[in-house]
Design a protein around this ligand. Sequence first.
Ligand code: ADP
Ligand code: MN
Length: 494
Amino acid sequence: QCPWGAPSTTSISCSLADVMSEQLAKELQLEEENAAFPEVVAAAEGPFITGENIDTSSDLMLAQMLQMEFDREYDAQLRREEKKINGDSKVSISFENYRKVHPYDSDSSEDEVDWQDTRHDPYRADKPTTTPRKGFIGKGKDITTKHDEVVCGRKNTARMENFAPEFQVGDGIGMDLKLSNQVFNALKQHAYSEERRSARLHEKKEHSTAEKAVDPKTRLLLYKMVNAGMLETITGCISTGKESVVFHAYGGNATEDKVIPPECAIKVFKTTLNEFKNRDKYIKDDYRFKDRFSKLNPRKIIRMWAEKEMHNLTRMQNAGIPCPQVVMLKKHVLVMSFIGQDQVPAPKLKDVTLSSEDMKKAYYQILNMMQQLYKECNLVHADLSEYNMLWHDGKVWLIDVSQSVEPTHPHGLEFLFRDCRNVSQFFQKGGVAEALNERELFNAVSGLNITADNEVDFQAEIEALEKMNEDHVQNHGKKLSMFSSDGDPPIYDE
Ligand code: ADP
Ligand code: MN
């Protein structure tokens, strides 16, 4: 129903069609207004406007609408003038401050500016003009309040330097830059959200690089591998040890000479040197590295660990011992095939519960592998335990062979004896009745026949053998022939 009442039909001074169209237009307009400014209509129920003169609320609204239309035209005119003045120039002026901002489409407010930190900065070239307590300076016509556009603009520019240090505000010192409140507030908001965003990004980055273990140079190496298509993606860290960090990666495209396994393990040898100091004895006395050791700097020695692991794995691979397959070596980063599936590494023997049947099977497999390692690969693992054996595909896989040495190493037999002790103890505790004790195992693996029936004597005999070997090296300049060239068992008794 029309709020203006029914149209009067008594005095028709113009055509019916005109009246009708005018009425319709009014009706439509009211509908539109009601939708646009419901709160204004609601004010009609307020204390000042009664139900009888409900149409005055429409007057207020009409006034607002007229003002809005006026503002819109004014702003459009400003924009046109702006455009005319600026043309194609890269430096432009703005009439932003002169815009008639309607309360409905602006969220700027001066209060927002006022809580900005304005602590005195001694490094600032010129202090922004301050307004005294009373809120204005000057007299009569020349009065300037704190809301003065120029003063306010200068202050805003000065305050901008309190933004986060990463936020590039440029060097405005010496220039008379004035920022409008609106622009300042927008910038401030942007600066804060930028700060939060970069903090989040930084957090993520820290996590994905696995405990700072990977230095920028290593990261670059890894990126290069991904870039070259060798690796598809590096998904994450499997293990962080004292001396190495291991990552999982999906293999990339095969090259002409290399098939890259679908899943890879990347072993990064840590370049923090102190961890490696106590491993000197493994490599210093390994004659394969003797000539090089003295000449190398610590960084290169770490690369030698990676290189050693690669060589040892290759020997094992050739002997058919289940172990990771070498994909490639780049400096201190060794890429090998992944033992496990779908990013889940195979469990260590210490973490897996095997049936007694599997346990027995695993034991015999390890006995066999130790013999192969010694006889065919001419190696002693030197860190063999349930921590460095993985259970995968119903069998045991040997890993972590960077410290493995040849049996003629000055401490090679001691290392072997320690390995045997670990293996014996693990399987005896694991209920494998057939498991040899550590001395029996040592003899079975080495082919030596040390008869001592207690550990102390046994160890003494081992050390005596090692010394004999060393003395021989001293006197004859080369290793005692523990092996014939085709890899037969060692002959200690010359
Ligand atoms: P560390 O010297 O730190 O002991 P390892 O070579 O033993 O280095 O690797 C640490 C861990 O990473 C292993 O215990 C194993 O869980 C995992 N790992 C290493 N290499 C592989 C691989 N090729 N496939 C699956 N997991 C691996
Ligand atoms: Mn290990």
